[in-house]
Structure formats: structure tokens, C-alpha cells
Write a protein that binds this ligand. Structure first.
Ligand code: NDP
Length: 457
């Protein structure tokens, strides 16, 4: 590709992106494809949290974790096999190989799009200057897409815990693990570590995990996880942790002391915005470090933009990708797209999975008033022979006055795969009558979504 020049000769770059994760890479690539001269710097790993210590390795681990149940289920279908074993280093190393491949793909995509790529730390010097290693560039626009970092609260012994940054690289696989938190990461890892063979205790400070999700979904998941043998401890928290030899003694708020080999904290993530010259350049930050932006991702300094986890709106990869596209188009095309945060479908890769789009019942009630609610709890066909006692749950929430389906929720195998399509329907404004008029695909679990006719009493 021919060497690009900035549209404006006084600048080295039209756009300089700091952070090579999902949002930063997307915005850099498309800006370059729209004709801008783009530089991008990443100090840790191409692909950011998602590729390296998030979505990608987590999903690979959920596949790995499911094999223990698959092997158990296979007996009911006539298969017999010797006692299966699990080798942690094989999984860890195969996962690393795949991630290295993806890191290379990201690097290649950026270079292929014509971006100048810097694998080093970058900082903001002033609204139009970035420092990359020992060089300085004069740039027209700066994009901060530096993501987030796991947060561990302060308490005696917190130096003994790991987070989602470390869990993918553990030297050995623990026999027992305590997972703290009740969000996406905590429930996903409770399922993963259990499936891979650890004895799991999940500790959450509130009465029921996954605050913000539909209450029926949260209750159903808790019940299914307990049936699998995951020890859920709600209304509990950690007071302190002491190391005793190779084990940890965790003192809980109830006074109980629990012995475990490993403690993993999943108590949220914080925007990674400190120590790179932002405040000195005049960029306004929220109390938790989130970069404050308007609906065009512009900060309080007009030449500096931010998006993705560092703005702490919706910390999901596809949202960062969409934000990156909006900014690239806004800066370098005649289009003026708006980012729309309504009806974002999402999945929690728990055991079993959650798939959801739209409003939880409690939120829908506040927004729409009178609702019609349809629920179904059933044994999926696979479990008629599997010997596993696992139920699937589905729920549709309908705004009574318009008939729009405003919430669709599922707990069960492949819930994420199923909810992607339902997400399109809700985004397109499907009514319950449209769901009812849709022919089911038989025999699937998903057909239940178009055959729920009886309103919950
Ligand atoms: P979340 O914000 O989802 O959950 C944090 C959890 O930790 C909550 O249960 C919260 O409790 C609890 N918590 C917070 N502070 C403390 C504290 N001081 N002491 C005890 N408990 C505390 O964070 P995660 O780390 O799980 O995930 C971060 C984000 O990453 C998610 O919000 C999601 O956007 C994204 N993600 C998405 C995934 C997906 O799409 N499948 C997978 C993994 C992550 P409380 O509710 O009481 O505040």
C-alpha cells in the first residue's frame, strides 16, 4: 500500500489511537480505509482484553469445561468410555497458540489497512501531541481506547488472590477455588472451574447474583448451578485471607473460615485511564477513572476522543466495535451515525448459558407499565436420555399496550446463539403477534420462543 500522508501537512497523523483492543483496532482500521493517516500504539497485546484475557480464552475454556458433562451424558446414549482425565497444561498451551495466532491477525489487519503500528506505550503530551517510546508525533485527533483492568478491593490478604488476568495462565489447576463476585466473570468462571474438575465456592455480597438481569433468570441459574454441585454463598463477603503453606484460609463476614487452594476476585473492572497525561491535557474523568465523552465520543478536549471499556458505558466487545465504527465514520466520512445502546443482546457463558435481550421484568414494568409475561421451564430433549437433571428457562416480556416484545430471556444450552436472532427481531420492533405467527423449527428448544401462548398468572 502506498505511503499515506495526513490530509493536513502540519500533522504527522490524522488520528492516533492509544490502545489496540476491540474498539481501538476497529476505529484505526476503518479510519485508515476511509483515507486517514492513522497511527496506533499498544503496549501489552493486540486484541486487548477480549482476545487475550477475556471473551476468546474464556469461550475456549467453556468448551473445555463442558466435556465433563458431555462424557457423563454420553452414557445414556449408549457410549461407554474409561474414566476420562483432564490435562490443564494441554488446554492452557493450545489456548495460548490460538491467541498468538489471533494477535498476529490483528497486527496484520492494521498493517494491511495502512496504519502505522507501534508495539509500545504511548502517552498524551498535549491535545495534539502523543509520545510513543522516545518519539513525539503531532496529531490532529487522538483516540483513547485503553480498556479496563480488574478491580480488587482493599482487605488484609488481598495479595493472595488472582483475577481474570491471571486465571488463564495458572501454573497448575486447583482442586478447590473460591470465586468472589456476582457478575459475568464470576458466574462464568464458577461454571468453567467446576466443569474442569475443581470444587467451586462462589461468594457474593448480595442476596442473589447477576444484579440487573431478570430475577427469574437469576433464580433459575442459581438453582441449576447448585444442582451441578457449585456451592453458592450469597449475603457473604471476604474479611481477610491468610496463607498457610500451599493453601489459603479465607475468613468470611459470617465468621466462618474456609480453606481453599485459590481465590479468584471478579469484583468488576475499572477504566484504565491513569498515568498517561489525560488529566494534564484537560480531559475530564469520572470518579472511577472513566473518560467522560459526549454522544460523539468527544472528551472535554475537542481533539481527544475515547470509547470502549475506558468510557465505562457498556463493557462488551461488540459495543466497542460499534462505537469504533461510529467514530471512524464521523471523523472521516460524510456520514453522521448515532450510537444506539437499546436492545443490546448479550450472553453469559455460565453453566448453563444465559442469553438475553431487552428489558428485565422489573425494568420493563417501570418503563412500560402494564406487561404480559410468558414463561416456560422445561427439560430439553437432549436431557431425556442424558441422565442430567437440567431445566431450560425462557421468558418473553410484552408491553401490553403496543404488543411489542420488550424483553426476551433464556437460560439453557446455546442461549447466546439463540438470542442473537431474537435480538434482530426485538431491534426490528417485533410484536408478540409476530412471534406467534412465526413457525417453529422442530424439534429444537428455540421453538418454545414462538409457541408460548399462555400468559403467566
Ligand atoms: P461486573 O460489574 O459484571 O460484576 C462485578 C461483581 O462484583 C458484582 O456482582 C458486584 O456486586 C461485585 N462487587 C463489586 N465490588 C465489590 C466489592 N468491593 N466487594 C464485593 N463484591 C463486589 O464485573 P465483572 O468483573 O464480572 O465483568 C466486567 C464486565 O465485563 C461486565 O460487566 C461485562 O460488561 C463484561 N463481561 C462480559 C462478558 C460476556 O459478554 N459474556 C463476560 C465477562 C465480562 P454488586 O452487584 O452487588 O454491585
Amino acid at each position: 500500500m502506498a505511503e499515506k500522508a495526513s490530509e493536513n501537512a502540519e500533522y504527522d497523523y490524522d488520528l492516533f489511537v492509544i490502545g489496540g483492543g476491540s474498539g481501538g483496532v476497529r476505529c484505526a482500521r476503518f479510519s485508515a480505509q476511509y483515507g486517514a493517516k492513522v497511527g496506533i500504539a499498544e503496549e501489552r497485546y493486540w486484541g486487548g482484553t477480549c482476545v487475550n484475557v477475556g471473551c476468546v480464552p474464556k469461550k475456549l475454556f467453556t468448551y473445555a469445561a463442558h466435556f465433563s458433562e458431555d462424557v457423563q451424558m454420553a452414557k445414556g446414549y449408549g457410549w461407554y468410555m474409561d474414566k476420562p482425565g483432564f490435562d490443564w497444561p494441554t488446554l492452557r498451551e493450545n489456548k495460548d497458540t490460538e491467541i498468538n495466532r489471533l494477535n498476529g491477525i490483528y497486527d496484520g489487519l492494521l498493517k494491511g489497512a495502512g496504519c502505522d503500528v507501534f508495539f509500545e506505550r504511548a502517552e498524551v503530551v498535549d491535545p495534539h501531541t502523543v509520545k510513543v517510546g522516545d518519539r513525539q508525533f503531532i496529531v490532529k485527533n487522538i483516540l483513547i481506547a485503553t480498556g479496563g483492568w480488574p478491580f480488587v478491593p482493599n482487605f488484609p490478604g488481598n495479595e493472595h488472590v488472582i483475577t481474570s488476568n491471571e486465571v488463564f495462565h495458572n501454573e497448575s489447576f486447583p482442586k478447590t477455588i473460591m470465586i468472589i463476585g456476582g457478575g459475568y466473570i464470576a458466574v462464568e468462571f464458577a461454571g468453567i472451574m467446576h466443569g474442569l474438575g475443581a470444587k467451586v465456592t462462589q461468594v457474593y455480597r448480595g442476596p442473589l447474583f447477576l444484579r440487573g438481569f431478570d430475577k427469574d433468570v437469576r433464580e433459575h441459574l442459581a438453582e441449576e448451578m447448585e444442582k451441578k454441585g457449585i456451592n453458592l454463598r450469597f449475603n457473604e463477603d471476604v474479611v481477610s485471607i491468610e496463607r498457610h503453606g500451599s493453601g489459603l484460609h479465607v475468613t468470611l463476614t459470617s465468621g466462618e473460615v474456609v480453606k481453599t487452594q485459590m481465590v479468584m476476585y471478579s469484583t468488576g473492572r475499572r477504566p484504565l485511564s491513569g498515568g498517561m497525561g489525560l488529566e494534564e491535557a484537560g480531559v475530564e474523568l469520572a470518579k472511577n477513572g472513566a473518560i467522560m465523552v459526549d454522544n460523539k465520543f468527544q472528551t472535554s478536549v475537542p481533539s481527544i476522543y475515547a470509547l470502549g471499556d475506558v468510557i465505562d458505558r457498556v463493557a462488551l466487545t461488540p459495543v466497542a466495535l460499534a462505537e469504533g465504527m461510529v467514530l471512524a465514520k464521523t471523523l472521516f466520512t460524510d456520514e453522521r451515525p448515532e450510537m444506539n445502546y437499546e436492545y443490546i443482546p448479550t450472553a453469559v457463558f455460565s453453566a448453563p448459558n444465559i442469553g438475553t435481550v431487552g428489558y428485565a421484568e422489573e425494568q420493563a414494568k417501570q418503563k412500560f407499565g402494564k406487561l404480559r409475561v410468558y414463561t416456560s421451564r422445561f427439560t430439553p430433549m437432549k436431557h431425556s436420555l442424558s441422565g442430567i437433571d437440567e431445566k431450560t428457562f425462557m421468558k418473553l416480556i410484552v408491553d401490553d399496550s403496543s404488543d411489542y416484545v420488550v424483553g426476551a430471556h433464556m437460560v439453557g444450552p446455546d442461549a447466546g446463539e439463540i438470542m442473537q436472532g431474537i435480538g434482530i427481531a426485538l431491534k426490528a420492533g417485533a410484536t408478540k403477534a409476530d412471534f406467534d405467527a412465526t413457525i417453529g423449527i422442530h424439534p429444537t428448544a428455540a421453538e418454545e420462543l414462538v409457541t408460548m401462548r399462555t400468559e403467566r398468572a
